[in-house]
Design a protein around this ligand. Sequence first.
Ligand SMILES: CC(=O)N[C@@H](C)C(=O)N[C@@H](C)C(=O)N[C@@H](C)C(=O)O
Length: 719
Amino acid sequence: MLLRTLFLSRSLPFSAGVILACLSWLPVSSAMASVGFEAVLSFPHATDLVASPVGDRISWVSQQEGARNVWVADGPDWEGRPLTHYEGDTGDAITDLRFTPDGESVMFLRGGARNREGDLPNPTSRPEGVARKLWVVPAHGEAVPRELAETDDFDVSPDGESVFFLKDSQVWMRGLSRAEEGGSLETVKNDGPGDKPLFSVRRGVSTFSIAPDGSRIAFVSDRGDHAFIGVYDREENAITWLEPSLDRDRAPTWSPDGEHIAFLRIPNEKRILPFVPRREGLPWSIRIGNASTGDTREIFRADAGPGSPFQPGYWFVGDRLWWGADDRILFPWEKTGWLHIWSVASAGGEAVDLTPGEGEVQYADLAPDRSALLYSANHGDLHRRHLWQTPVAGGEPERLTTGSGIEWMPGRTGSGTLVFLASAAREPAHPVVLVEGARRAPGPPLPERFPTQGLVQPELVSFPAADGLQIHAQVFLPPAQCGRGPHPGLLFFHGGSRRQMLMGFHPGSYYSNAYAFNQAMAARCFVVAAVNYRSGVGYGMEFREARDYGARGASEYRDVVGAGIYLAGRDDVDPARLGLWGGSYGGYLTALGLARASDLFAAGVDLHGVHDWNVVIGNFASAYDPGMDEDFADLAWQSSPMADVGTWTSPVLLIHGDDDRNVPFSESVDLAEALRRQGTPVESLVFPDEVHGFLLHRNWLAAYRAAAAFLDRKLAVAD
Ligand SMILES: CC(=O)N[C@@H](C)C(=O)N[C@@H](C)C(=O)N[C@@H](C)C(=O)O
């Protein structure tokens, strides 16, 4: 950087230029150094927070520089401590954290999720291969994790005596016992049906749920264009189907008395494709099934229009129902154009909007006594998340948190303590316990080298897209040491696209890293704008299901242009030095911007980007055949960067892991070939056996370092 400044400063005689450049470089270098990538990515990121159903205890997963571990904290001191001690950047995800019913042990899965072909990720290319296993560790004392089974899904019986798990898409069972009082749980080898599943189902089981008394298991058997819900009775050794239909039944949810099951019934619709707007659907319904007879009855049916397609929510709400107190069934519904949680009596009747207002629920769960719903949402503060609780039959929601931070994943311990995950502009995701109204942070602490003081508070801005739609972005400004500018500008586009960047560190690890990178690029004297483009979440259904977005016309490209014009129009930005970067869907918008507007955007970094919708849609929808609807396939092609590669002249850095299950590696291979053929400068960085959202911390570090170096080379100094 210094060398380029030395020899490119035209406005002063060389000697003065040298002196000024040296002087001007030193504070900038200190700013850059104060937010180095190693340091700004050194934070612990908390996920998967769970509250013990008994007593005052929490557990969560802490991921720090690639090492992932299970932590625990106990009231009243709430001092966090690790229960596991996995070291190193191994890429082994820890998920599905769960307390045993007595709160004395924590169970979890270790190992990444399978792809559609059933392959487990192996980003370190271990020659011996990898596994995904269920572990249990005592929540106190000398915690030694014990392996229970190789599986992808599990649950513990309500009495804590048995563990049920999925293996080869069938349900297996093992007894649980403790070798000694207070010791670790272990499976009792000979308790259970030996070396075969507890029961076998044709076409297998995709999910299951154990009845409150442990005597029966409700399960979903997904059979392609339809899905059944069955109930296996352990004593009768028999399966009862809940009124089988031509639809897709899912989310079996037991009544507290174990006699009934609430479930979703969603009509199959063949031509539902991802990455295109969906505003209407064949209305879905909620039914109550008798677990003994299999008889069912409808208690709710979505109206036509908004909310007619079942919307599971993004990030955390998911495919689920809740059976609340007074037999209220709670469910997500977008009837108002905003994703809310509603409730209806299990006997049927009028549904009630529990989370009214202009905002959408991101995460929800019942309080332990089922009387109230705890949820995180962005009502009144669209660019953050805060917590509320509300009675399951409806009423005025009570706000639990406010302020400039972001809160999500609320829960209550068996003792009633409110616990949640939180972040802020300079604080990555961490667990919080509310004690007498005061926040306690069980840890782990930020490392000394984390550059808290080098981070900026992003500013919220909005600007018109090329078609006038109001678009919001967070702007990260360079520190004073960078001088007045004009500075290079950098636009960031999140992926998904059902995502939203927020006014602080993000709940998701992928975007928490991206937020940190944007902070680091501001410290390198870029003006950075993270753009919440149409088809993202947080702004309601109309914005999310924007007309003609994605493969149906790339209308979100108008937001890319609007963002470029906004940035170029800032006094502190040099319009000749605008860059783009983003991953996956954000890589798609980066590529689209460079392909269609290399005159506006001078360079870009495209991580695992989408470049041909007909390829990527086919990767998600195996039945998709471009030949079946040539008009759509042509529109999808015209909506893809590959269609406009001929006008792409600006340099690009392509970064991709070759075990990418979301966006095939070939998307970057094919784009590179097309660009090379026409002499467009293309650089690349490839990670063998790495998946879509990089599992290895070192790969994120390498990617961000390469991206920053590339953007520095192309944009940092005015020609
Ligand atoms: C079907 C669908 O929408 N899948 C998305 C979750 C998805 O994989 N989108 C990618 C194109 C993408 O953007 N992936 C990451 C970055 C994400 O945030 O999902």
